[in-house]
Structure formats: structure tokens, C-alpha cells
Design a protein around this ligand. Structure first.
Ligand code: FMN
Length: 161
């Protein structure tokens, strides 16, 4: 099953989970980045990120190349920002339509995923959602999360390869 992992990560948690998916699914990896994104302190990032969520303005992304038609399974991941998947992944989905694929959506958060996975999968209608996963503070607790991803891969890949 040809797999791609597409993710946004500001502080490395979603990047860590994406790397684990890459390993377990032998996937290609695409990290999307907001144009002009710079290192920010905690509060500054909170204002920047929540500002985008509340205004509904998704940021432009740095150029990337991605052809969904090359894949059977697409794993999409992002941090939770104010109860939503972080806006850069929304930009990605608005400019790169994904249809007719098997999809796993994951979010990383600090304690509450809220309705973020519901909102994420709502943006993925037209696909077969084969998994939704949330990960709390992966950088502090990767071993447990690794196991969950390994189990997911085993379940989905058994009988396919
Ligand atoms: C702008 C902003 C908003 C956030 N909102 C939430 C939230 O609503 N719920 C939550 O549990 N964590 C929230 N967090 C924490 C992040 O979701 C969490 O640290 C996540 O693991 C970061 O992923 P990353 O390292 O891939 O960027 C927020 C962080 C930022 C910067």
C-alpha cells in the first residue's frame, strides 16, 4: 500500500509521530510549512495561531510538490490549535484536494483534542477514513505512542503486502 504522510508541526510533536508513521508504513513524508514562519515565544505563538483559527484565515504555505494520485493511503497530521487542526494543514487541504483515498488523520495536543478530529475528518469527506488518532505530548511519551502506531500499521497492512 503506497503511503504518504503529510504533516504540519511547530514544536516537533507531530513531526515525531509523522516519522513513526513513515517508519511503520514505509511512507513518503511531506512536511508543510507556513510561509514566513519564524521562531516565536510561547505567548506570541499562541496569539499568532489562535488568531488564525478565530479569524478563519489559513496561512499561505511554502511551495511543495505532492501528487495524491500516487498514493493508496495518506496519513495527515497536525497539532491541535484552539480545538482545531492547526490552520497550515487546512491550507494544504484547500489547495491539494484529496479524494477517494484511504486516510488516517492524527492530531497532537497538550491535553485536549476537543472536536479537532471531527473537524479534521469533515475536511476529508470523499475519502475512506481508516483511522483517527490523537496523541498527547508525544515528545514526553513516545514509547506508548509508537506501540499504537505499530498496531495500527499491523492491522491495516496485514493481508495487503
Ligand atoms: C496556538 C496554539 C493553540 C493550542 N491549542 C491547544 C488546544 O486547544 N488544546 C490542546 O490540548 N493543546 C493546544 N496547544 C498545544 C499543542 O497542540 C501541542 O503542544 C502539540 O503537541 C504541538 O504539536 P507540534 O509540536 O507538532 O507543533 C496549542 C498550541 C498552540 C501553539
Amino acid at each position: 500500500m503506497k503511503t504518504a504522510v503529510v504533516f504540519y508541526s511547530s514544536d516537533g510533536n507531530s513531526a515525531l509521530i509523522a516519522a513513526q508513521f513513515k517508519t511503520n508504513f514505509s511512507a513518503d513524508l511531506l512536511r508543510v510549512e507556513a510561509e514566513g514562519e519564524k521562531k516565536r515565544g510561547f505567548l506570541s505563538k499562541l496569539f499568532w495561531g489562535c488568531g488564525m483559527v478565530f479569524s478563519g484565515k489559513n496561512p499561505p504555505l511554502k511551495p511543495y510538490s505532492f501528487d495524491p494520485s500516487a498514493y493508496d493511503l495518506i496519513v495527515l497530521g497536525a497539532p491541535v490549535w484552539a480545538g482545531n487542526p492547526a490552520p497550515p494543514i487546512k491550507t494544504f487541504l484547500s489547495q491539494t484536494p484529496i479524494n477517494g483515498k484511504k486516510v488516517i488523520a492524527f492530531v497532537c495536543h497538550a491535553g485536549g483534542s476537543g472536536n479537532s478530529l471531527k473537524k479534521f475528518t469533515a475536511m476529508l469527506s470523499g475519502n475512506e477514513i481508516v483511522g483517527v488518532m490523537d496523541f498527547q505530548k508525544p515528545l514526553e511519551n513516545i514509547e506508548e505512542h509508537k506501540k499504537r502506531i505499530e498496531e495500527t500499521a499491523k492491522g491495516l497492512l496485514s493481508g495487503v503486502n
